[in-house]
Design a protein around this ligand. Structure first.
Ligand SMILES: Cc1cc2nc3c(=O)[nH]c(=O)nc-3n(C[C@H](O)[C@H](O)[C@H](O)COP(=O)(O)OP(=O)(O)OC[C@H]3O[C@@H](n4cnc5c(N)ncnc54)[C@H](O)[C@@H]3O)c2cc1C
Length: 398
């Protein structure tokens, strides 16, 4: 164990998509930032190099541009110019057009690998961000002036002290547990099957959300392909995965309906059991929780990363406005107050949306179809429906 203590203003534990974005955001404060990631960032098994693609809201794209990351993403990003929401076996559909909101796009689809690599490259270019990788932090000990942790890295063990600890070490967060912060979990009893697919027709910038009665298919535009997130009940997974790829492509096409002419081919498949998770305290003395460590939401509305990026931009903004001690109680409280309404709205929306479409039989199902027809015709209602996709203007940090 090294005898000297390494000191930082902020230590971010976990360098996934969220921890890395936060490091980029906090760099603008001029503070000394440590980012600690356990898995070697170049390795294929690093969590942010997974098979998924993310739908980024327009607000997130603007934020990533402000962080200097967008130039590395622009080529791979595919604009979402239209959104189509439909329900299997029902008449009502909702069509949203970015042009109706005087926008070129609601947001963009990006493979997580591309996003992860661009964030890592940006982190490594920042003078005041020190990346420890591969390295792991453990045993947090809070004191009045900061948090002390043990850091195990390739060159041995160190003691690090930070005036603020940001916990971004994922849903199972060992640090959250070590800090004694309880969580509430909700098992959706669903699995997200994630794969890329080749559609017969070009997407022409359309993103689709298709409710199937027992789940949903989100189909997002990519270069010559689409990114599919197919949510199915856990009980259906073994039979679906036992099929050869061609049969699975046919099953996905049947669930999706005739849009895009169906899928001719599907790529490597990954599965994500879906669990909602909410930490009971998102800030604590000299501690902030973010990303999946704070809130893992249902992916139905593609909001998880978007929410965490919003939080990252807000934390940086509060630190710029209140220079001095980044772990000061007043600063942490102000950050919590500024982010709480958005967090609550995303949590509610993502929790109830799938249930509304899955559990409503008979009359309620028909009313919902009528509601969707009405929504498709009413411009004001459509604008309200589009807001989560765009990320509200007031959520764009100054
Ligand atoms: C199927 C699916 C589709 C989704 N689609 C979208 C979408 O379209 N749009 C959107 O906005 N969101 C989406 N999300 C949500 C989004 O993927 C998550 O919000 C995001 O990945 C969370 O990242 P994270 O960095 O918090 O967690 P993680 O990716 O779990 O990263 C945590 C990191 O911490 C590291 N770590 C753990 N312990 C330690 C330690 N002790 N020391 C150091 N490092 C440690 C881990 O190695 C890991 O790299 C989707 C989610 C799912 C499941």
């Amino acid at each position: 164990m090294s005898s000297s203590t390494l000191r930082f203003d902020v230590l971010i534990a976990g360098g996934g998509l969220v921890g890395s974005s936060l490091a980029c955001a906090l760099a603008s404060t001029g503070l000394d930032i440590a980012l600690v990631e356990r898995v070697p960032v170049q390795a294929q098994q690093a969590p942010h190099y997974d098979e998924r693609s993310s739908a980024l809201s327009l607000a997130s794209a603007v934020s990533l541009a402000r962080l200097g990351v967008w130039p590395a993403l622009a080529e791979a990003a595919r604009p979402i110019r239209h959104i189509h929401v439909s329900e299997r076996g029902k008449l009502g559909v909702v069509r949203l057009h970015a042009a109706d909101h005087e926008l070129a796009a609601f947001g963009y689809t990006l493979p997580n690998r591309v996003l992860g690599r661009a964030l890592q490259a940006r982190v490594q270019s920042l003078d005041n961000v020190h990346l420890f990788n591969p390295a792991e932090v453990q045993a947090p000990l809070r004191r009045a002036d900061g948090v002390t942790l043990r850091l195990s890295a390739a060159d041995g063990e160190h003691t690090v002290m930070a005036r603020l600890l940001v916990v971004a070490d994922g849903a199972e967060s060992p640090l959250r547990a070590a800090l004694g912060i309880p969580v509430r979990r909700y098992d959706y009893e669903q699995t997200a099957l994630v794969f890329n697919a080749t559609p017969r027709q070009d997407t022409a910038g359309w993103a689709h959300e298709r409710f199937t009665g027992c789940g949903a298919l989100a189909v997002l535009p990519l270069e010559r392909r689409v990114a599919v997130v197919w949510t199915v009940p856990n009980t259906a997974v073994p039979a679906l995965l036992a099929q050869p790829p061609a049969a699975l492509a046919a099953a996905a096409s049947a669930a999706f309906g005739q849009r895009l002419g169906g899928f001719t081919q599907i790529g490597r498949l990954a599965r994500w059991p879906l669990q909602g998770l909410h930490a009971e305290r998102l800030v604590d003395e000299r501690v902030v929780l973010t990303g999946n460590a704070a809130h893992a939401v249902h992916p139905i509305a593609a909001q998880g990363f978007n929410l965490s990026l919003f939080e990252a931009m807000r934390l940086a903004e509060v630190m710029r406005q209140q220079p001095g001690d980044p772990g000061a109680a007043a600063l942490v409280r102000r950050y919590a107050a500024l982010t709480a309404p958005r967090r609550a709205a995303v949590t509610r929306f993502t929790h109830w949306l799938p249930r509304l479409f899955e559990r409503a039989p008979g009359t309620l199902g028909h009313l919902r179809s009528l509601g969707m027809l009405g929504l498709d015709l009413a411009p004001a209602a459509k604008r309200a429906f589009a807001r989560p996709a765009i990320g509200l203007p007031e959520h764009l940090p100054a």
